[in-house]
Design a protein around this ligand. Structure first.
Ligand SMILES: *[C@@H]1O[C@H](CO)[C@@H](O)[C@H](O)[C@H]1NC(C)=O
Ligand SMILES: *[C@@H]1O[C@H](CO)[C@@H](O)[C@H](O)[C@H]1NC(C)=O
Length: 505
């Protein structure tokens, strides 16, 4: 009995010692998780490899990963993420399990955090364009020092895909700068960027499209809004009509509350998009054609009829034009309750400054100027409308003026040069005629002093070849043909040169 228990204890002791000794061997090994390239923060679309490295011993290992990421790595030493997404974000740790003895494992490695950002963010400034101005694009990535290069695209409406396709802008491939400037933009346009880094270079996903809006009328696509005013009451119907030389089009919008873009039509009647307004429909609207053109853009503001504080008190809307006014045009702003225009005692504010507070119901400006531009609102018996921007377009000739101001100068220079040349030629001809063949005689004389000229040999041996050169207009060749012809006594007229023919006479 005693012997048995002694044996048992000894056995147990031995076993524990062996286990402990073994555990020591493996537990002293702690794998390391490494990232290749060594970026712990990456963008969607980039490629990265997560590796489990076990140093020590020539043992062969099986690998095991533990992660809180949504996509789990396979049980292998290397995990290559070839186009990262947010599902790859998380903490990664690994351990090794001996191939020869499956219950012998290493410790867990320290965990390494991988963060996958969505996509680069593009900013476009200004957001509203004065036609012909410059537009600056900025592509924002974290760690701008990490050797990024940038790619710049124009967004081209792809109606069938309900999205945009991207067209590389001139010199927009792989710039070292995170900004890109577009000069002389006149129309509404959309832009996209992406970034790349590393060797080989892997790219991030494209940014969301961002727009620069123009109120310019000279676009291939026209947009009309009915009723023609910026402010609309909640649940009113509002129609937007796009016209132009195309069959397919869509109305796009960027809403104030949700800065992504989408098609907001409730209903299409013929070529008109009907919007049944919700308060959240406040935003910028424009049309896009199937052939990739953009219309001018408009602001639309949707307001609730009654305020939440005074449910039975109606809030008025300002009736102001949706399109910019041309300098010198007349305009009449008014205030409206539901569908009724308020006829008297309306106060008007320009940039928060009271500018009219009499018995009139309208604010009439007979000839608007740039100084009338700004935010307007109206007030009726203590109830104030929302404010809206009224823009005034100054008529300038600067866009075409800068080009045409320089061209007359060149035209004049060209004209003077041309006329002088003709006069010189005529004088020359006259002199030649006067002294019969003296021109040629002089040439032949000078020719005979240098008979070894290679050009002349060429002409003699291969005339057709030289005629080819003649068409290229080389003055020297011209001269030599003339000279050689004369020496050989040939008199056929080559075509294509008035000068040559005239001299022959
Ligand atoms: C990796 O191995 C562990 C333990 O054997 C297992 O629970 C896990 O499901 C395996 N993962 C994969 C992706 O095979
Ligand atoms: C739209 O509103 C913004 C200010 O919110 C203004 O700068 C812009 O000029 C307006 N656009 C038009 C076409 O009135």
């Amino acid at each position: 009995m005693m012997g048995h228990s002694l044996l048992c204890t000894a056995g147990f002791f031995l076993l524990t010692t062996v286990i402990c000794a073994y555990a020591e061997v493996t537990a002293s090994i702690r794998p390391v998780v490494t990232l290749h390239p060594n970026w712990s923060e990456i963008y969607r679309g980039e490629t990265i490899t997560v590796r489990c490295e076990i140093h020590g011993g020539d043992t062969e290992w099986d690998y095991e990963w533990e992660t809180n990421s949504i996509i789990k790595p396979p049980n292998q030493t290397e995990y290559r993420i070839s186009s990262a997404s947010s599902f790859n974000s998380g903490n990664y740790r690994c351990k090794g399990r001996m191939k020869s003895s499956q219950n012998k494992t290493t410790e867990w490695s320290d965990s390494v955090t991988l963060t996958v950002f969505d996509n680069p963010v593009l900013t476009v400034s200004p957001s509203w364009l004065s036609p012909g101005a410059s537009v600056t694009l900025n592509c924002e990535v974290k760690h701008p020092s990490a050797g990024w290069s940038f790619y710049w695209y124009k967004a081209v409406p792809a109606l069938s895909e309900k999205s945009y396709s991207y067209k590389l802008l001139p010199d927009g491939s792989g710039t070292a700068q995170d900004s890109y400037i577009i000069h002389g933009q006149t129309h509404t346009a959309g832009y996209v960027c992406r970034a790349g880094r590393g060797d080989p270079e892997y790219h991030t996903d494209h940014s969301q499209p961002k727009f620069v809006w123009s109120a310019d009328v000279n676009s291939a696509v026209s947009l009309t809004v009915s009723p023609d005013r910026v402010q609309h009451f909640l649940s009113d119907s509002l129609s937007l009509t796009c016209k132009g030389n195309f069959t397919e089009w869509r109305v796009m919008t960027v809403l104030q509350r949700n800065p992504s873009y989408y098609n907001n039509c409730w209903l299409m009647i013929g070529s008109t998009c009907i919007i049944h307004t919700l308060v959240s429909d406040t935003g910028v609207y424009w049309c896009e054609s199937g052939s990739g053109e953009f219309s001018r853009a408009v602001n639309i503001t949707v307001v609730q009829k009654n305020s939440i504080y005074y449910p039975y008190d109606y809030v008025p809307i300002l009736v102001s034009p949706v399109h910019p006014l041309t300098e010198g045009a007349s305009v009449s702003l008014s205030c409206s309750l539901t569908t009724q225009k308020i006829l008297s005692n309306v106060f008007f504010y320009h940039n928060d400054k009271l500018i009219q507070n009499d018995t009139r119901g309208e604010l009439n400006i007979s000839a608007v100027s740039k100084s009338d531009e700004g935010f307007y609102k109206c007030q009726y018996s203590g109830r104030e409308s929302a404010q809206s921007w009224m823009s005034v377009k100054v008529i300038t000739v600067t866009v075409s003026g800068t080009d045409s101001s320089s061209s007359p100068v060149w035209l004049m220079v060209g004209l003077v040069c041309g006329v002088s040349l003709i006069i010189i030629l005529l004088l020359l001809l006259y002199r030649c005629r006067q002294s019969k063949y003296s021109c040629f005689t002089r040439s032949i004389q000078s020719e005979s002093h240098s008979p070894g000229s290679s050009t002349n040999h060429g002409v003699n041996q291969n005339e057709t070849h030289e005629y080819g050169s003649l068409q290229h207009g080389t003055a020297n060749v011209y001269e030599s043909i003339k000279q050689v012809k004369n020496r050989n006594g040939e008199h056929h007229k080559p075509e294509g040169s008035a000068f040559y023919i005239n001299v022959q006479m």
